[in-house]
Design a protein around this ligand. Structure first.
Ligand code: PLP
Length: 397
């Protein structure tokens, strides 16, 4: 018998993953070129050449016992030092190796920091729409995810609802910037408002409320918009980063947490994060990937490929009469369903071989998410299907 808790989790298991599996089946039935699978955020842009070159170089040149061996649970010191220096240069910060914990991607990092901070029945606040896995990550530690109401069509946080939902039980607030699923960027002014509410509430309750910034899409930004570095706006900030999207390495599982010295109880938090890394069973982040990252700190993905997709998709959907949130970052487009029931709309879209994700998986109703990390050709060819879908709802003739 599996645990009662897992029974519920398996039942509610990711709609997105189920769709991905369905997409593979449909491709077999109709031919891959006739199925438009926009379900999963799996980068289609290959990792930069330097990634493969450096893997070979590291394997050939590094001491094999050190390279493949155990290390400190928080990761190799030289790698953490290099990451800290790179962040200092980019964002004018003051970090050292002692502020970096290497993690098994963003998912690993969030689980490590939640294990570090959360007691049962503590609360973590996030803003709708949000990455659906957050609920599971928080429930792993018997804490509760509290969701701030969505604020369409801009999806700027609803500050009044946010303030109302902060309580003595609030241990952390989780923001995701650039955002999955909306593709919007949380602007500097938005962050300032969040920070000032948190400062006020920390004083009111005499507690520490940590702001956790989940940033796997930090490098995927179009049109020069600035993604604020949150440690500059709020003292108790912890940042989670991942190379899954920025270097197209989601299967390799590598990222890091930034735990600044300035946060409340820094020494305890950092030490506990190392222990959490070990006892969650990660032990440490993959060693070869850590060494790789050190060599690839200045490497960039082909952002232009995503940008071309973004523009074609956004303009094409608007021509079809669909209402869309203009994507500013990540590789998702958030589109309003022409009917209230987004799951029903997704079912109808499937009749045209369009695989979209209902926004109810992200805590919002009436929208769908379209992941445009696919080939340009797929976007181009999907337009006929989108046009037919729009005609079905009378959006165009
Ligand atoms: N956070 C968000 C917002 C994501 O979209 C994802 C993956 O899609 C993750 C975290 C997990 O990323 P990783 O592969 O780095 O664990």
């Amino acid at each position: 018998m599996i645990s009662k808790k897992m029974v519920g989790l398996v039942k509610g298991s990711s709609v997105i993953r189920a769709m991905f599996e369905e997409g593979k089946k449909m491709a077999q039935m109709y031919g891959a070129e006739n199925v438009f699978d926009f379900s999963l955020g799996n980068p289609n842009v290959p990792a930069p050449q330097a990634v493969n070159d450096n893997i070979v170089k590291i394997v050939q040149e590094e001491n094999s016992v050190v390279l493949h061996g155990y290390m400190s649970n928080v990761g190799f010191e030289d790698v953490r030092d290099a990451i800290a220096k790179s962040l200092n240069k980019r964002f004018d910060l003051d970090l050292e190796a002692k502020n970096i914990v290497m993690t098994v991607g963003a998912a690993g990092g969030l689980n490590v920091i939640f294990k570090t901070l959360l007691d049962p029945n503590d609360e973590v606040i996030t803003f709708a729409p949000f990455f659906g896995e957050y609920k599971n990550y928080v429930s792993n530690f018997d804490a509760n995810l509290v969701v701030v109401n969505p604020n369409p069509p801009t999806f700027e946080p609803d500050y009044v609802d946010f303030e109302k939902k902060i309580s003595e039980k609030t241990k952390a607030v989780l923001v995701n910037n650039p955002n999955n699923p909306t593709g919007i960027i949380y602007k500097k002014e938005w962050i300032e408002k969040i920070a000032s509410i948190l400062e006020k509430k920390q004083k009111e309750y005499g507690t520490s409320i940590y702001l956790i910034s989940d940033e796997p899409y930090r490098e995927l930004v179009y049109g020069g918009e600035e993604v604020p570095y949150l440690t500059k706006y709020y003292r108790n900030t912890i940042v989670g980063y991942s190379y899954s999207k920025s270097l197209s390495l989601p299967g390799e599982r590598i990222g890091y947490l930034v735990i600044p010295t300035q946060i409340d109880d820094y020494e305890d938090v950092f030490a506990a994060a190392g222990v959490a890394t070990r006892i969650l069973g990660f032990v440490n982040a993959p060693s070869l990937q850590q060494k790789l990252i050190k060599e690839c700190l200045d490497e960039k993905t082909n952002i232009e490929a995503y940008n071309k997709n973004r523009i074609r998709l956004y303009e094409g959907l608007q021509e079809c009469g669909f209402e869309c949130v203009k994507p500013e970052g990540a590789f998702y487009l958030f589109m309003k369903a022409p009917i209230e029931d987004d799951s029903e709309f997704v079912k109808v879209a499937k009749e045209y071989n369009l695989l979209l994700v209902p926004a109810s998986s992200f805590g919002v109703k009436g929208y769908v998410r379209i992941a445009y990390c696919v080939s340009y050709d797929t976007i181009e060819r999907s337009m006929t299907a989108f046009r037919k879908l729009a005609q079905r709802y009378g959006l165009i003739k």
